[in-house]
Write a protein that binds this ligand. Sequence first.
Ligand code: AMP
Ligand code: MG
Length: 408
Amino acid sequence: MQRTSRMLTPQEALDIILAHVQRLPSEEVGLMDAAGRVLAEPLYAPEDHPPFPAATMDGYAVIHDDTSPWREVIGEQFAGHVTDVTVTPGTAVRITTGAPLPAGADAVVPVEDVELVDDHIVIRREEVRPGENVRPVGADVHRGELIVPAGTVLGPAEIGLAASLGTASVPVSRRPRVSVLSTGDELVDPGQPLGPGQIRDSNRFMLVAALQQAGAEVVWAGRGPDDVERLTELLRERIAESDVVISSGGVSVGERDLISAALRTLGTVHIERLFMKPGKPFHFVTVGRTLLFGLPGNPVSALVGFEIFVMAALRAMTGQQPVVPEPVTVVLAHPIEPGDRIEYQRAIVWCDETGTLFARNTGPQSSARLLSAVGANAYLIVPPRAEPYRPGERLRAILRRPVHGQAR
Ligand code: AMP
Ligand code: MG
């Protein structure tokens, strides 16, 4: 059993974690169940789109260089119904948007450019261009073309596109199976009366929510007993059934060192402490293929540890790209006093009219103050240094939510 006592930087920790991740197998899901899943193999277009030359306007299908002064309307062509008419010089076919161009025709003149007199039309302009208002076969997508790369989280556009090309199901990575447990004698669930010295178990609900949002299959394993042997047994049970096991609490030095002792019995400890704030006491352990994360008890530390490290592992497991999102550069809007470790301050990043990203933190950054994470769309990375950061200085930030045009 190795013990790493040096504090690792977040980057070193990410490298170690990612080196131990194994890809999950893939499974086939129908398009109705594909939202939010990670595409396991690249998707190629099985057919051309559109499959036939289609009108892009309501109008009349004609021959573009037909010089007849008027054209007889010999039929109608609606979407979904193919009429057996052929356009010849001196004729036209009424056509609706999306309908297949009838044989013989090579252009569609919009309704507003023609005059309908009884059963004839007169085109009210000089010229009709060949192919006008027609989407040729394969104009949007060619058969065999790469349409969605592997590692994409499937959203409405990808799923709609797959459907438009006749793909009914897609290969996606299996959802990671993740067990969550809390530790601490002081914890009670919301809804229960609060006794002296007790606090609510917020991490339970926070981590379950984070995992649901991440597309994991979550198992709430309960609150770990304060007994190392029984806790070890509970963890062992969960390890057998999980790709990832996440605990919170019991990692601070001076506490009972509960989780640390249990984890050391169970597997290989790769990380015990990080050179970051919040989240210094952070354990990463492997038991076979299963990854164990011992997150700190303080809710903000647990959240940051989850979003920076556990999320990267989950993304790598499912093949999601990018595994680690690239930070953006932001302009600081107020002074910040650096700490003695790399700080991940909860922050609001917004964009001004010129496209510059600005950042301000969300007030007091205590790792017990979960309010600092509410409404925060970014983690502002504040490296340690002697002098304060001044307004206007550039820092890096990791986005957790979309950026808008204004600070809240
Ligand atoms: P620990 O890592 O167990 O020493 O916990 C550090 C701090 O986080 C203590 O103040 C704990 O009461 C608090 N804490 C631990 N677990 C939870 C939890 N599940 N929900 C809310 N606070 C917690
Ligand atoms: Mg505790």
